[in-house]
Design a protein around this ligand. Structure first.
Ligand SMILES: [Zn+2]
Length: 134
């Protein structure tokens, strides 16, 4: 898909920080992280959402997501992890290429304050800036 930002990442037209990949799946750091180590896992072929892929590919995406979650636990010391995945505009999807968010969580985070309240009080840019300065 020519105008798809994630297809451009797969093609190497846009930079990304690779975390893990398989033959069909690519996992990389979100350019606008919600937290340290915020990773996206996507299919290398363009599929808009879970409705447009077969169950085998969906299973491979979950398998890769589990691998990344384990890396976040082992290598970043995450105390927990959130999987977030949206399908269709009505489901809150913004980039129309399937992507699983894998968010490492730490005991010091307030789960209750994220993301609807505290997080939305500042821009993604401000949050990323704080994270990079830490
Ligand atoms: Zn795409």
């Amino acid at each position: 898909m020519p105008d798809c930002i994630f297809c451009k990442i797969i093609e190497g037209e846009l930079p990304s920080e690779k975390i893990y990949e398989t033959e069909e799946v690519y996992c990389f750091l979100d350019a606008n992280p919600l937290g340290k180590g915020h990773t996206l896992c996507i299919p290398k072929k363009h599929h808009q959402n879970v409705f447009e892929m077969d169950a085998d590919l969906a299973a491979k995406l979950i398998k890769a997501s589990k691998k990344v979650a384990q890396m976040q636990k082992d290598n970043l010391g995450a105390d927990g992890v959130d999987f977030l995945q949206y399908n269709g505009r009505a489901g809150g999807q913004e980039v129309m290429h399937y992507h699983m968010h894998i968010l490492p969580r730490f005991e010091e985070d307030s789960v209750d304050a994220w993301p609807e309240t505290a997080y939305k009080k500042e821009s993604l840019e401000a949050t990323a800036k704080k994270l990079r300065s830490g």
